[in-house]
Design a protein around this ligand. Structure first.
Ligand SMILES: [Zn+2]
Length: 571
């Protein structure tokens, strides 16, 4: 029994309860069973509980049977009980990342990387280096450029042609919503001066109408569709690597925010060989009808393909593809033909409303990509329409990223029971935020990542790193939710009124995330009856200045009482 995944154990217990004859249930009521023998007692820790602190925990088959003082767990000790000494270490519930792309991150290892700051010389040098390692005609895939850092009026394919005349090149920008191709890549993709913009996408053009090589949103797929696909083993290895990196960060559950059919298969295969330890929800791209129809072929106890991802807009950076309620007013870099208020990818609203209501009826949770306040409103309205059509389904539909949300829509989110998801690691001051501020202007920045407001309004609030956009750094996320400053306090705060206490920040990354996934009866906090899902830290983040939290290190990660990660030096 010991290696049962906690979800399997839960199912077994439920089956047992059903089999009990009715009278036995009445006889059992009110009587106490003898204490369960602890397979393991974790001793002398500082366990963070929902009530405060505890020092000892007794675990039977991966489930917490007692937590409190040394005396509280003693009744569970037998001669076979193993004791794990925690030497005063701080132990938190395991963390969740509610918007992440582990498979993509794993694939990134094969990409050509542009060093920061990505000025034109750095881009050209990096691409030239990668071209040198390839045969003519082979694809060069790179990341990540940032249009406003290049130091030229706009990115143009000629800059790439100069260093890669004989290899097709495609560089994703840091957001992943825009890409930059050289001339050979455009030619292979059949993009010419006469090519129209695809639905929901933009082919950027210069003043003469010639494509510059920069492609936004679905425009990118003109090129990405012809890049040779990696084989299954490579994809599975990428997902496995990504999930293992997350265990090192103490992440015991996550939402894969845009899962391809290949990745669905990879998750199932990894779960079958015991290599997928976390609680996983996969959100399948809404337009991939085959993957959605086949999803339950790849459902496993801890891998639930019960979510669809709908992209409503792009990003509020120099691409200006995030759909805003009001026009962009910032004075930053603007590309030729930039849309006035960004782009709504699904139009009209009635199409989206019908789509969301249909997914809701099927029991599928919807996760929107919505960065601009216009897209956020459209998503919330669609959730409202689904609730009106189907009644309360209990499904936690979520609006993801939510870079901008206006106050009246926070009220709407609460009313329709929507979950708001933020991406906190990119909300502290830095190059990405600087780019966004330059596009929307200082006044609009007051609505940026309004986590304090959503929490105070009682909206279920979760966060995600969006790795590989930024690294999955949960300690940095915790710190910057508290400080709204660059790590270490090294900047002015970004709207200090949106700061939240550490206690709340931790709850966002634990219990509230588990609640969003519908598994809060099993995990999300350290209490009797729940799975022993926990992380051991090298310091007590509640006892140090908040500006030092980012430096805290995970020494060990446990899921269902199983040690799934331990830092190599063992300290
Ligand atoms: Zn994402």
């Amino acid at each position: 029994m010991r290696n049962l995944h906690p979800l399997r154990l839960g199912a077994a217990l439920a089956a047992l309860a059903v089999m009990l004859p009715a009278h036995a249930q009445f006889e059992a009521a009110g009587e106490r069973s003898p204490p369960l023998a602890a397979h393991t007692i974790y001793a002398n820790a500082r366990f963070r509980t929902t009530e405060g602190w505890a020092t000892h925990m007794a675990v039977h088959d991966g489930i917490i049977v007692a937590i409190g003082t040394a005396a509280d767990v003693e009744a569970h000790r037998t001669v076979d009980t193993r004791t794990v000494e925690f030497e005063g270490r701080t132990v938190l519930p395991g963390l969740f990342d509610m918007h992440i792309h582990p498979g993509l991150s794993g694939m990134d290892r094969n990409y050509c990387h542009i060093p920061f700051p990505p000025d034109l010389a750095a881009v050209q040098q990096a691409v030239a280096g990668c071209v040198a390692a390839k045969r003519p005609g082979e694809w060069v895939l790179a990341k990540a450029y940032q249009a406003d850092q290049l130091g030229v009026p706009y990115p143009d394919r000629a800059y790439l042609d100069a260093v890669a005349p004989n290899n097709p090149v495609f560089i994703a920008d840091f957001s992943g919503h825009t890409g930059w191709a050289n001339s050979l890549a455009l030619r292979l993709a059949g993009v010419t001066d006469a090519s129209p913009d695809p639905a929901n996408g933009v082919i950027e053009r210069d003043a003469a109408g010639r494509p510059t090589g920069v492609l936004h949103e679905s425009g990118m797929r003109l090129v990405t569709a012809i890049i040779p696909k990696p084989d299954k083993a490579v994809i599975e290895d990428a997902v496995e690597w990504g999930a293992a990196q997350l265990l090192k960060e103490g992440i015991i559950g996550f939402v894969d925010a845009s899962t391809t059919y290949d990745q669905l298969q990879a998750y199932a295969s990894l779960a079958d060989r015991g290599a997928m330890k976390q609680y996983v929800r996969t959100c399948i791209w809404s337009l991939d009808e085959d993957a959605i129809a086949r999803r339950n072929l790849y459902a496993r106890l801890n891998v639930r393909p019960d979510c669809v991802k709908i992209f409503l807009d792009g990003v509020p950076t120099a691409a200006r593809t995030a759909a805003m309620l009001e026009p962009y007013t910032g004075r930053g870099y603007v590309h030729p033909g930039a849309p006035d208020k960004g782009i709504l990818l699904v139009q009209p609203d009635s199409v989206l409303n019908a789509q969301v209501a249909a997914f809701d009826r099927q029991g599928l949770a919807v996760k929107f990509h919505a960065a601009g306040d216009g897209a956020v409103r459209q998503g919330l309205n669609a959730i409202a329409a689904a609730r009106a059509a189907n009644g309360p389904s209990g499904l936690g539909h979520s609006v993801g990223h939510t870079s901008f949300i206006v106050p009246e829509d926070i009220v709407l989110a609460r009313k329709v029971g929507a979950t708001i998801e933020f991406s906190p690691v990119i909300w502290y001051p830095g190059p990405v935020v600087g780019d966004i501020a330059a596009q929307v202007g200082p006044e609009k920045m007051k609505d940026y990542y309004a986590i304090g407001s959503t929490m105070r309004a009682g909206v279920l609030t979760v966060i995600g790193s969006d790795w590989p956009v930024v690294p999955p750094a949960p300690m940095t996320a915790l710190e910057t939710m508290v400080t709204r400053q660059a790590p270490g306090g090294n900047s002015e705060p970004l709207e200090s009124g949106q700061r939240i206490p550490l206690e709340d920040a931790l709850r966002v990354m634990t219990l509230d995330s588990a609640r969003q996934l519908g598994i809060d009866n099993l995990t999300g906090s350290l209490e009797v009856g729940k799975s022993a899902d926990m992380i051991v830290l090298d310091r007590d983040i509640f006892a140090i200045p908040p500006t030092q939290i980012h430096a805290a290190t995970v020494l060990a990660t446990y899921i269902g009482g199983e040690l799934v990660y331990r830092r190599a030096d063992g300290s």
